[in-house]
Write a protein that binds this ligand. Structure first.
Ligand code: MG
Length: 176
């Protein structure tokens, strides 16, 4: 069972993670249209990871006796200024997601909802990684991406990213 505001914040976070997924899928489409197939692939994998985040929280709400109430997901932008703009926007977006996660942790602590505090521990760690990845991608572009050959090498490196479903998802799925 949940205190109402914690349950509401968790439901909002399901939608926020789906929005993140859609944002990165939209970026992937834009990048592919610009022939940046490696970057497009990286963002396509990122889309899948964000959907996993949404499902982890969805399953946790149900598992802990809460009610899932899905709201509307805002449409992501479909036009972007440049690859650099996408990389900057990604970092800013992840920083905003971190703030959302911290706000739920704070609400859960105040409500003495320690199961949710513990559940969100993984997300706190995940956000450190997300911000680090976004920051590294931006930094590498700023250092190496300014000429076509450097950009080509970076694009090839981005294509190597593999999708692996996080073990965290299975923890809360039905029957697990
Ligand atoms: Mg996420």
């Amino acid at each position: 069972m949940f205190v109402a505001d914690v349950e509401k914040l968790l439901n909002d976070q399901v939608i926020a993670e789906i929005y993140s997924a859609n944002l990165y899928l939209s970026m992937s489409a834009w990048l592919r249209a610009k022939n940046l197939d490696g970057y497009a692939h990286w963002y396509y994998v990122q889309y899948k990871e964000e959907m996993d985040h949404a499902l982890i929280i969805f399953n946790y709400i149900l598992n802990a006796g809460g009610q899932v109430k899905l709201g509307a997901v805002e449409a992501p932008p479909s036009d972007f200024e440049s690859l650099e703009a996408i990389l900057k926007q990604t970092l800013e977006h992840e920083q905003s997601v971190t703030a959302l996660i911290y706000a739920i942790v704070e609400a859960a602590q105040q409500a003495r909802d320690f199961k949710t505090v513990q559940f969100l521990d993984w997300f706190v760690k995940e956000q450190v990684e997300e911000e680090d990845n976004a920051s590294a991608n931006l930094g590498r572009w700023q250092t190496f991406g300014s000429d076509n050959r450097g950009l080509h090498t970076l694009d090839q490196e981005m294509s190597a990213r593999l999708y692996t479903q996080t073990a965290q998802l299975a923890l809360y799925e039905t029957g697990a």
